[in-house]
Design a protein around this ligand. Structure first.
Ligand SMILES: CCCCCCCCCCCCCCCC(=O)SCCNC(=O)CCNC(=O)[C@H](O)C(C)(C)COP(=O)(O)OP(=O)(O)OC[C@H]1O[C@@H](n2cnc3c(N)ncnc32)[C@H](O)[C@@H]1OP(=O)(O)O
Length: 160
């Protein structure tokens, strides 16, 4: 199944967390699972905070991009539109809140699951959990807001 991020227009496909055109980024892939969205990501040894555990910034980044993708997909689903239909719903993060409940072990796949809990105007609130080995280690809330027309007008910087 195609991931949401496979449908991002090229102009918004350079994000470090989720852009398929960013060779240095995480390139997360998110899909629907019923009313929830799911991303699976396996951290690398260099994503270490304290040896054996995942760096919190990576956890925040996964929750952030999983949630903005969820926001876009939820808006398309609410409007009964396909992900490739125009004009695209393009979201940025207005607010990212993360609670780190337990240390996240680095040796294995992480599962990130989210749900849009509010859609109002240009805003979508998404609640997301990150699990390691089936245990919830972090929980996040993201307020995603549709990009104003003048955001992202500049061409992307070349990746080196
Ligand atoms: C699936 C198919 C794909 C197709 C295509 C998809 C593309 C999907 C692209 C994803 C692409 C990468 C995702 C990168 C994730 C980042 O890392 S983005 C980079 C980090 N974020 C930024 O740089 C954003 C910087 N901030 C801004 O540009 C502006 O502050 C914002 C966020 C656009 C909001 O400004 P604004 O448009 O003037 O917002 P405004 O009209 O005042 O508020 C709208 C609503 O949002 C709320 N809001 C605004 N800011 C906040 C805040 N900070 N806290 C709480 N609520 C807020 C307001 O309260 C308001 O809610 P209501 O009052 O209506 O209930």
């Amino acid at each position: 199944m195609d991931a949401f991020q496979d449908h991002y227009p090229d102009a918004v496909a350079h994000c470090f967390g989720c852009g398929r055109l960013n060779a240095h980024g995480h390139q997360i892939k998110t899909v629907w699972n019923g009313d929830e969205t799911v991303t699976r990501f396996t951290p690398e040894p260099y994503h270490t905070a304290i040896p054996g555990f995942v760096y919190g910034g990576l956890v925040a980044s996964l929750i952030d991009c999983h949630s903005t993708a969820t926001a876009a997909a939820a808006m398309y689903r609410q409007d009964g539109r396909g992900l490739d239909t125009l004009p695209p719903f393009r979201f940025v993060t207005g607010s990212l809140h993360v609670d780190y409940l337990k240390p996240t072990p680095i040796d294995g796949a992480l599962e990130i699951r989210g749900r849009a809990v509010e859609i109002k105007g240009r805003k979508v609130v998404v609640e997301t959990e990150l699990r390691a080995g089936g245990v919830v280690t972090a929980r996040g809330t993201v307020v995603a807001v549709q990009m104003p027309a003048d955001f992202g007008a500049a061409p992307p910087a070349p990746h080196r």
